[in-house]
Design a protein around this ligand. Structure first.
Ligand SMILES: Nc1ncnc2c1ncn2[C@@H]1O[C@H](COP(=O)(O)OP(=O)(O)OP(=O)(O)O)[C@@H](O)[C@H]1O
Ligand SMILES: [Mg+2]
Length: 240
């Protein structure tokens, strides 16, 4: 198992954004994370990737307890996430932005550049190498965010709604990209609201609701789970 989360609990004042959430991710799998707005999905990413300390519980990555490690340290051992709200350095080029990711793992500029170019090739941004990030389309910004994360050479990559705002063609390209990333040996944990997409791409799904894990299993089983239908999917999904 590449990641084990045990009893993760996180409070914001009196609000429990995560309550005793436990799950595991097998190396090489694509695990989807779903749930209504405010369910705690991004908070779970923050706790797993080291941006927030949990109030209770622990995180184990590749058999090492990492709960005490900060985000850059987790990144250096191969655990990295993207941000739901994508904020590239607007005046820097695509290549320079992706190199920011590379520099988290290497201090050598030549090596950093090489890794950035590889990541850009993988996401399909090679043609935009010298474009300022601020003039990219939403779709290319999302790809830039994925490339920046890939340039850190992750073993486990956490993607927070990188499909939001894409048109059907761009969505299909993104799903294709997920498969290519996985074929490079990277394990994926993916937050997504677009059900058709997350159902297609994930081997398993984890469902959060009010900070609690309410279901975990294959997309087929989860989609038929009454608690998931009530909390998130709605009856019309069952009939569709
Ligand atoms: N930094 C914070 N400070 C205070 N409350 C927060 C903070 N981050 C999240 N919350 C609250 O924690 C709960 C879970 O939020 P979170 O962002 O994890 O949800 P989410 O499942 O990612 O939702 P969405 O699908 O809208 O992105 C919400 O009630 C939110 O308002
Ligand atoms: Mg979120």
């Amino acid at each position: 198992m590449i990641l084990r989360a045990e009893n993760l609990t996180k409070f914001f004042g009196g609000l429990a954004a995560l309550k005793e959430v436990s799950f595991g991710i097998e190396e090489g799998e694509i695990l989807g994370l779903i749930g209504p707005n405010g369910a705690g999905k991004t908070t779970l990413f923050n706790v797993v990737s080291g941006f927030f300390r949990p109030d209770r519980g622990r995180v184990v990555f590749a058999d090492e307890p990492i709960t005490q490690l900060k985000a850059p340290q987790r990144c250096r051992i191969g655990l990295v996430r993207t941000f739901q709200v994508v904020k590239p350095f607007g005046n820097l080029t695509v290549l320079q932005n992706v190199m920011v990711g590379s520099f988290l793992r290497t201090a050598d500029p030549g090596f950093a550049r090489e890794r950035a170019l590889e990541a850009m090739e993988l996401v399909g941004l090679s043609g935009r190498r010298d474009t300022a990030a601020k003039s990219l389309t939403i779709s290319d910004r999302k790809r830039l965010e994925v490339a920046r994360a890939l340039a850190t050479r992750p073993r486990l990559l956490l993607l927070d709604e990188v499909m939001a705002g894409l048109n059907p063609t761009e969505l299909a390209q993104m799903l294709d990209l997920f498969k290519r990333i996985r074929s490079h040996g990277v394990t994926l944990l993916v937050i997504e609201h677009i059900m058709a997409a997350i159902m297609t791409i994930s081997e398993r799904l984890l469902v959060l609701h009010h900070g609690e894990k309410i279901a975990e299993g294959t997309p087929k089983d989860v989609a038929a789970d009454k608690r998931v239908v009530d909390a998130y999917l709605g009856e019309e999904y069952l009939l569709a």
